[in-house]
Design a protein around this ligand. Structure first.
Ligand code: HEC
Length: 117
């Protein structure tokens, strides 16, 4: 009887520990939206908007994107910018299905950040 119990716990504890590691990893990933914003922007947005948001790219010129650092863009509210990224606008693709809310939020913060440089 006793040995059965010991056997059981020696199996359950490693599984629990493993689950905790997974849980910790997934939590830290969702919290790291902010530090990854530059990398996300570069991967998903820079082809058109340029790494600095200036839109000085082949695609940016073709679609005549506005400089994301400019006053006309920056005067829009966080909600407006969030909505443009989520739903798209003109030739701007919608990212609501490929990026989660946290990442889109960090994109808005990133766009605010590049304007201050
Ligand atoms: C295929 C090219 C393309 C990609 C990729 C792209 N955009 Fe755009 N974006 C555009 C175009 C074109 C517009 C202008 C839309 C309009 O006003 O008709 C635009 C507009 C915007 C605007 C509004 C600026 C304004 O004129 O008020 C924001 C904010 C923006 N993009 C953010 C992003 C972010 C963040 C990403 C990456 C997640 C991204 N874009 C990826 C083409 C792109």
């Amino acid at each position: 009887m006793r040995s059965t119990k010991r056997n059981l716990s020696s199996r359950v504890i490693p599984v629990m520990a493993f689950s905790l590691v997974i849980l910790a990893a997934s939590t830290s990933q969702s919290l790291s939206g902010q530090p990854n914003a530059a990398a996300d922007f570069k991967a998903k947005c820079a082809a058109c908007h340029g790494t600095n948001g200036g839109g000085d790219t082949v695609m940016g010129k073709k679609f005549t994107v506005r400089d994301l650092r400019s006053a006309v863009v920056q005067k829009q509210s966080d909600e407006d910018i969030h909505e443009i990224i989520t739903k798209g606008k003109g030739h701007m693709p919608a990212f609501g299905k490929t990026l989660d809310g946290t990442t889109i939020h960090s994109m808005v913060a990133y766009i605010r950040g590049i304007a201050q440089r």
